[in-house]
Design a binder for this molecule. Structure first.
Ligand SMILES: [Zn+2]
Length: 308
């Protein structure tokens, strides 16, 4: 029997994840799932003809990627580290040096994360014509790695690099090679890895790290992700609104919707009277806009739902 078809209750216990040792360390605890919740979610998905899906950090924690906000296990709870602010990155060469040094160290691990059963389930739903469009707040490329086709990475993707001078997009993997060439022998002890690939290093360790400029124009290179304090491109937001307008149901998976860039689509769905269901451990900002919420791990629930 394929593991995806095992009964859902086998996946509920912490440590029973199929995603590898240590992966569930970043997943908040949740109560056992009420079977009637699963039936309700199954009915919701069955009725949808063009399902619109929004995913967040809660989907990727089961792949071993910590999020910032989860109670007890998120980085806000475990450390005093905060994510890079856009204005700080743009204005300060020292901040960029620190950011890229940590990012360079974290990249081999961060880029090696694999999609989990939740990503694969949504990919299968799309392949079977259930999912009209998927919007993710995650910057880890796990939906793409799973083979999902029609998606918008609302906050960009760490696997791409953008030049702030000429706008050229390049592969993060290629930049990793340039880092290595420019910093032979540079090494440091790395600590935990943050959602954006950041790593904890001492200040002295980053002092001698060399950061290359854009090869086209000499401009500043930045991950093609929306840092805190930056806003999502207006045309991207409009594009997502258009896809939502073509949909007849909205499922949120693994997001508390605290960030307005995603929450606005819940407001739009409410305005258009598009029914909403939420799958997330813990309350969300949009609970009052949803028909119902299931409090459970995405990887425990999504593979059990049939897309037909
Ligand atoms: Zn450039």
């Amino acid at each position: 029997m394929a593991w995806r078809h095992l009964p859902w209750h086998l996946f509920l216990r912490r440590g029973a994840s199929s995603t590898g040792a240590g992966a569930v360390d970043f997943v908040p605890t949740s109560r056992p799932i009420d079977p009637s919740d699963l039936e309700r979610l199954q009915a919701f998905v069955s009725q949808a003809r063009r399902l619109f899906v929004i995913t967040g950090a809660g989907l990727s924690t089961e792949s071993g990627i910590p999020d910032y906000r989860s109670e007890g296990v998120g980085l806000y709870a475990r450390t005093d580290r905060r994510p890079m602010q856009h204005i700080e990155f743009v204005r300060s060469a020292k901040s960029r040096q620190r950011y890229w040094a940590r990012n360079y160290m974290g990249w081999p691990q961060f880029s090696s994360h694999r999609p989990n059963s939740a990503h694969l389930a949504l990919r299968d739903w799309e392949a079977q014509g259930k999912v009209h469009w998927l919007v993710t707040q995650n910057v880890d490329a796990l939906h793409s790695k799973a083979g999902h086709q029609h998606l918008t990475e609302l906050h960009g993707c760490t696997h791409r690099v953008v030049c702030l001078g000429c706008g050229a997009l390049t592969r993060r993997e290629d930049l990793q090679r340039r880092f290595t060439e420019m910093n032979p022998g540079w090494a440091a002890e790395a600590g935990g890895v943050a959602p954006d690939g950041d790593v904890f290093l001492e200040d002295e360790q980053v002092l001698h790290f060399r950061v290359p400029p854009c090869q086209n124009c000499g401009g500043i290179l930045k991950p093609e992700v929306t840092f805190f304090g930056d806003t999502v491109d207006r045309s991207t937001v409009q594009f997502v609104h258009d896809r939502l307008a073509e949909s007849d149901a909205l499922l949120v998976a693994g997001s508390s919707l605290q960030v307005y860039s995603s929450y606005r689509f819940l407001l739009a769905a409410s305005e258009k009277q598009i029914p909403v269901a939420i799958l997330n451990i813990g309350p969300t900002r949009a609970d009052h806009l949803a028909q119902f919420r299931v409090s459970a791990r995405c990887g425990a629930v999504l593979p059990t739902i049939q897309p037909c």
